[in-house]
Design a protein. Sequence first.
Length: 283
Amino acid sequence: MIKKLCVIGAGTMGAGIAQVAIEKGIETTLRDVDDQFVQRGLKTIGTFIGKKLEKGKLNQAEHDAILGRLKGSTDALEAAAGAEMVIEAVFENMALKQKIFAELDGICPKETVLASNTSTLSISRIASVTRNPERVVGTHFFSPVPVMRLVEVIKGDKTAPSVVEAALEFCKEIGKTAILAKDVPGFIVNRFLCLLYNEAADQIYKGYATAQDIDNGLKLGSNHPMGPVEIMDMAGVDVCNNALKALYEMTGEERYKPSPLFEQMIKENRLGRKTGRGFYEYK
């Protein structure tokens, strides 16, 4: 059982992972390179936990105990000290992830599980820069982490079976359902989802359909709980674009080449809910 966790990256995904961990009784340190990012992540978590208090889902003692299990840090050595598991949750950039894992491999004891929240990149390649690749595993969470129930657990070519089991057990501890995925670009779910995102964006770009009609079509015609455009606004237009770019670069398949609409929206800062405007507008 994981009793102490370190999460690297205090953005949307990292903060979400940290939140579900502290809610399940796990001491967690949230680390980022700049204190302003750390504080923003801590504030995001505090806001969500505070809303549960306001709605009567938690009492004051439970609220205080949950937040009492959370710390922030900009120092990797301090953040990872004593952690039985470290989850990297930075953006999709292989060089950055490899840099982080090489650093973690040097400062964490051999028994510490090192996990990547990558949504598309190869776990084997991430692990290749470490001296202990057998302890590197993929744990792909979905956004928003506190709501989405799934985690893809990915075994690299040198990941030890015991590390895979530890990752599966951790997912169970925090109330998630885990599925095992091969270490192929996009794993299982994103190979489907990215096609939906790209087709939706391209239909809007070409004037074939509106965002609203696409979402209603998938919800009412295919029984999806959310439409693909709604999901892109929630996950982040930039995040979806990065996932598509990574898949396109790794596979060379034209179907994953991002629609021009993504870059256009990014330039206009239409990133979705987090900027107040994406495919839809938010107050």
